[in-house]
Design a protein around this ligand. Sequence first.
Ligand code: GLA
Length: 731
Amino acid sequence: MNKINSKGLLTGAIALFLLVAAAVTKAQDIIIPVETKDNALVLQVTPEKALNMVYFGGKLTDRNEYAATAKAFNFGGTIGTYNGAYTTSGTGNLVEPAIAVTHADGNKSLELRYISHIVKKIDDNVSLLSITLKDAVYDFEVTLNYQTYYNENVTEQWSVIKHHEKNDVVLNKYASANLCIHANSYWLKHYHGDWAQEMRPEDEQLNHGMKTLDSKLGSRADLFQPPTFMVSFNKTATEDEGEVMYGNLEWSGNFRIDFEVDPANNLRLVAGINNFAADYTLKPGLEFETPKFVYTLTSKGKGEASRNLQSWARKYKIVDGNGPRLTLLNNWESTYFDFNEDKLAGLLKDTKKLGVDLFLLDDGWFGNKYPRNGDHAGLGDWQANKAKLPNDIAFLTKEAKADGVKFGIWIEPEMVNPKSELYEKHPDWVVKQPQRPEIYMRNQLVLDLTNPKVQDFVFGIVDNLFTKNPDLAYIKWDCNSVIFNAYSSYEKHQANFYTDYVRGLYNVLDRIRAKYPSVPLMLCSGGGGRVDYGALKYFTEYWLSDNTEPVERVFIQWEYSYFYPALTSSNHVTDWGKQPIKFRVDVAMMGKLGFDIVIGKLKPAELEFCQGAVNTYKQFSEEIWHGDQYRLQDPRENDVAAIMYVNPEKTTAIMFNYLVNPRYGAGSNAPIRLKGLNPDKMYTINEVNVFPGTRSTIKEGSYSGKFLMTIGLNPDVHQRRTSVLVSVKAN
Ligand code: GLA
């Protein structure tokens, strides 16, 4: 049973839905540890009922000792303490606030005091701590939630804000989480990018003052920067060593993550929806729930942090994380908008010939008054184009069935081209300023998802497709435009728009998932313009980037791999770049394999190779999809990038090696150490995906796990063998 003991420590566990300490009379430094398998985040309630965060790090054996952590660090300074667990504004706190409000009477002060906390044990692994805080002057309260996933060392944090004031309150800032961490130094790795340049990393030391990662782009929010980062404490963590925290805001819109190193050298991390142009008007009695901020912490380096987050994502977040994925042939780069029934029927046959599971029809299949023959018209008119598809989608699902493959389709349901019947019929459904010229990205505008009628329309696009075509097996959901001219003709309070847009999107996705719980959906946004765990909750996979040049791709896939499991990473073999087909396929195989090439143009040996590779992929898909991932050699530090996946039993693994440096003599000039194997087991090493007519040059044979992890294995990568895949199987 959970209870508060005499020293104010929360002890015990098991009981379900148990209320703890509704009111604390002797409020003598109540200590609330939030523990996972290896870590603890410790909260302290002071005698004045302030809630502070006093520790975040490795867990202690004796929970009673957490009480001393509050005194071990210096959280205070010239003007009070800096370690509020959810810092307010307009009263005593003068560091970056987590919350700022304008009360119904116009007053801007807030001071949140501890009222109670409750621990709900959801199952053996998951617990939810909720702490209620209230203002003494205004009828305004916030509940802080900490949901822990014990074995994965993952926590999701969010807050719920409500009030019973006489009139609306405006939330000027409303973060999901506010952490206060103490270390000697802080090293941030974050990402920037643009179209076809996703996930370019930058490392920096966080110095005193503020650093903010944010987006103001609205729908395709991550185009310039994702809400994804890692911070190492005391020194930059390596793959296998060092204290490092990974964070991701589960929100598919404008975000803001502040890192403030305060005067006492604490790192104050405030993560949430971006409050830029987004003062949120909240009616009395309604709850405002922020998105979740998810994080993991480890003292064993980046590799373990990744495995924590990846296991959590597979088990708890993404759709069908423990299930299989469909290999596919896509037609975007092979046909663009130029296709008809005959051509597609041929591609369905090619899908079968190649041996993949599904054919994915991309953009260009819809629009009649304004046919979608380019990117300037048709978006919004989701009826099959009669010239290209006189027999509708049904023709394709029928053909696919006859060929023994599945069929999937591309949509971009949040968008509209001004040249469309939808725009003509419903100009008020479009996000645009009533008195200003329209601004386009890719010739399109965004639909106003705050409007329930628009939500119905968007839901209807998906629902109609599935209802009319029950054999439809897959959807690629795209989102190519940012939001310019943010204005909604539906919203009463314009500043609620950015937040309500994302909520509208989630409403639609909730409805889709309620009706179609497990159908595979790919999350795409002109590449990786919208990759976060808020969206991935509804999807089985995501499109990383329109950049499919395979060397570039090694780098892009590598960086995403820190945060997302490989089975979510849609990697397609295309004609970008000059690399041989083997290299392109080998690169795509490190995630979820797909093709977007003209199969008919492949030489016989190339086709034979691709067919063999699809078989090899199927053989190792358990390891790639659900195994543990170990990054062995970073492409930014080595000529050869190497990564491997091991099954949980440590009996089968696959190792991927790619040459990323074209210079003379570059290659794997020394053995690469494997990881994650059983040192006491003997393993047989074989090269797989060998191109027809060539032979492996690696030292195949039997080695102990100890040998492979101590000495390593040279994949013999060089200019004439630019990619090498190695099978590792216990004898
Ligand atoms: C975006 C996607 C591509 C493709 C095109 C179609 O750019 O990222 O994969 O679907 O749209 O227009």
